[in-house]
Design a protein around this ligand. Structure first.
Ligand SMILES: Nc1nc2c(ncn2[C@@H]2O[C@H](COP(=O)(O)OP(=O)(O)O)[C@@H](O)[C@H]2O)c(=O)[nH]1
Ligand SMILES: [Mg+2]
Length: 304
């Protein structure tokens, strides 16, 4: 703390916001969690897992980095998807640095071309981050890097595996070195600006994403109805609704003799306990709200 004050006095404290941008499924949330060292942002092998902008904060004696994990940018058809893409594009504004994240591919995906064109017009510092290098022979990476650099002027290029934590420390130091001088935006104990009840809802949603298929994960929202802290027992009691769009989806979520809902509950409880460092009592309900993904008012109510 004192060292921090001295650094600030000497004008040595740097801080800033860093947006992580890229197509669905390139590994943005995995990278943010790897940098923060906590499972803040939920991850699945399905595209469009992340729906809101999630903040991950690191505070060091001489610096504070605030990462913004964003929903993937992709062509938007429904109003629900449009909202998600708008949220991603908002992340372009008011940040100090952008990490453009891509996978090693032979050709530029048209959604990437769309993002790169927007990025190239922006004056914000940007780094190219090619992820998932564990899946590919390193010799094949040079043409991939050239392909992206051809479309946009990057200040630096990083080849990483967010999953294997390879190259992530080098990337973080480069970000730190490039941030402007500034104050601390958040108290040092914060790792996110999202409330605990939001994180709990997201963890439950992650389990639904991982345990269901087809349209079910995309028809699911999670609403935490009550969140009661009992500090004398080191316990939090959470009641949450898993909201789906159809009766048939409710049946899928509940599963045979309630097995799937039970598994969702057990997996979610363990992860919430791990993140919040308290015991959790979790009670889940399943609710059908017809067509909530197409209803502006309900989208708002569910936090989108
Ligand atoms: N092989 C490999 N898989 C990765 C890596 N990073 C992320 N993934 C996987 O890619 C999928 C999408 O990751 P996620 O972080 O949710 O992507 P996002 O949609 O961009 O946030 C998940 O199955 C991750 O486990 C990586 O470095 N290597
Ligand atoms: Mg994500």
């Amino acid at each position: 703390m004192n060292q921090e004050k001295d650094n600030v006095k000497a004008g040595k404290f740097s801080s800033g916001f860093i947006s992580i941008i890229g197509r669905p499924n390139v590994g943005k949330s995995t990278l943010m969690n790897s940098i923060i060292g906590e499972r803040l942002s939920i991850i699945s092998d399905k595209p469009q897992t992340t729906r809101n902008q999630i903040t991950g904060i690191i505070t060091e004696p001489d610096c504070q980095m605030i990462f913004l994990d964003t929903p993937g940018v992709h062509e938007a058809k429904s109003i629900f998807n449009k909202k998600i893409v708008d949220a991603a594009l908002k992340a372009f504004e008011h940040v100090d640095m952008i990490l453009f994240m891509a996978e090693p591919r032979k050709k530029i995906h048209e959604d990437d071309a769309y993002i790169l064109e927007k990025l190239n017009r922006s004056t914000i510092k940007k780094l190219l981050v090619v992820n998932k290098i564990d899946t590919l022979n390193k010799d094949l990476l040079l043409p991939v890097v050239e392909m992206y650099r051809d479309k946009c002027d990057f200040e630096g290029v990083f080849l990483i595996s967010a999953l294997k934590n390879d190259g992530v420390a080098e990337l973080t130091s480069a970000i730190k070195a490039a941030l402007p001088e500034g104050n601390r935006y958040f108290d040092e104990e914060y790792i996110t600006d999202r409330p605990e009840r939001f994180l709990a809802a997201e963890i439950i949603r992650e389990k639904v994403f991982n345990l269901t298929q087809q349209e079910v994960p995309y028809s699911t929202a999670v609403v935490v109805e009550t969140f009661t802290e009992k500090p004398e027992k080191n316990l939090i009691v959470i009641e949450a609704s898993v909201v789906v769009e159809k009766d048939s989806q409710k049946g899928i979520i509940i599963g045979k003799q309630g097995h799937l809902l039970k598994k969702i509950g057990v997996d979610a409880r363990k992860d919430i306990e791990g993140l919040l460092h308290v015991r959790v009592y979790l009670k889940l309900f399943v609710k059908v709200t017809k067509n909530w993904t197409k209803n502006e008012k309900l989208l708002k109510e569910f936090g989108y």
